[in-house]
Design a protein around this ligand. Sequence first.
Ligand code: UD1
Ligand code: PEP
Length: 446
Amino acid sequence: MTGTDDVLLVHGGTPLEGEIRVRGAKNLVPKAMVAALLGSGPSRLRNVPDIRDVRVVRGLLQLHGVTVRPGDEPGELVLDPSHVESANVADIDAHAGSSRIPILFCGPLLHRLGHAFIPGLGGCDIGGRPIDFHFEVLRRFGATIEKRADGQYLEAPQRLRGTKIRLPYPSVGSTEQVLLTAVLAEGVTELTNAAVEPEIEDLICVLQKMGAIISMDTDRTIRITGVDRLDGYTHRALPDRLEAASWASAALATEGDIYVRGAQQRSMMTFLNTYRKVGGAFEIDDEGIRFWHPGGPLNAIALETDVHPGFQTDWQQPLVVALTQAAGLSIVHETVYESRLGFTSALNQMGAHIQLYRECLGGSDCRFGQRNFLHSAVVSGPTKLQGADLVIPDLRGGFSYLIAALAAQGTSRVHGIDLINRGYENFMDKLEKLGAKVELPGGSLV
Ligand SMILES: CC(=O)N[C@H]1[C@@H](OP(=O)(O)OP(=O)(O)OC[C@H]2O[C@@H](n3ccc(=O)[nH]c3=O)[C@H](O)[C@@H]2O)O[C@H](CO)[C@@H](O)[C@@H]1O
Ligand SMILES: C=C(OP(=O)(O)O)C(=O)O
């Protein structure tokens, strides 16, 4: 999607109603695809969504000699790493800036080839997003790292060795870095202060199926006993709890009613508690979760994002749109990323009242409190939203703008909608199914 195709006209004021389906999680599937590099035989990954982050990793894996083809059922990929050793990676620069996943190729490539090149990373612009923990972790395993203008060059002079690591913060990517490196390292690795997001548990399930030995304690400690060889796996990816929560927030903000097939209670418990406190209704069955606005005013709340099992930061932006419709003052404290509230200025243009603060409001002190970052918000509601011209800043901010435009009176022009394809499968078709009045500038209803 390029040029004028990248703009969506949204005629707001119609509740979203109907059923959509979420498939495998954006924050698991690409990593499970990378894990296939560790196997000595082919892997089968099921429930793979057609999103850009998956396409990017597919391209990268193919460049590294992994054959990727569709499997027997829709959404199944077969990944065969038999030709990694003979791959020609000359075009890897073309993948610079495409997503955050290339950094996770380090461990598997170091094990297989003894060297790795990592181009510049992409991902959402919601903070500095350093990768210092990743490199510290890799050094501890015995890798050497050289930063050059075009990216990072890594080498493993000998087999990587298990080690003891304590993360300064329970970073998701760094925990995955440790897992993907430790499984084939010599000896035992003990990781403390690890992230324990459901997507990490699912990655551990993938690795265990491959032959890894990994235990997870209740105190953020993960122990990995390295093995000499891993096989391929067959795995069905856990569903995308972040996408499911985005549609739940859309139901609330537009006063709608959406059944999200595939949504799972277990990975969404914290979100569901918050949804209920705000005044949203939900009903859980074996196949999914129905989310709806039960009528009457919504409640203002105090919300703090955190690592799992806290309120996931990627749930924050879509829910803030619903909070503009709650009666009273809501407080939002973003503690995972220092710059994830910038999207609220466009909501204010639409009529919302959201004030940002540098202080840690409404909860515990976080890493950003004394450092001049606007990372707390006070949302005063309810406010009527009016259509506006909006430019999508990042993935979840972009989905929030779609929700706000759908909840608003009048028409909005939403620019940069292609970014949403990074993490929301077929979102245009889903909007249509839910009765959204959206139109491409050429005039055709989507
Ligand atoms: C592809 C993917 O899975 N993305 C998710 C992943 O991102 P990602 O894995 O990049 O996020 P992290 O959990 O690593 O980052 C959390 C915090 O740690 C900091 N940090 C991280 C690494 C590092 O080397 N140094 C450092 O300081 C970051 O700046 C951030 O403030 O987890 C985030 C937190 O749940 C989610 O919002 C993202 O959707
Ligand atoms: C921040 C996100 O993703 P990424 O880490 O891929 O940028 C997200 O999914 O909201």
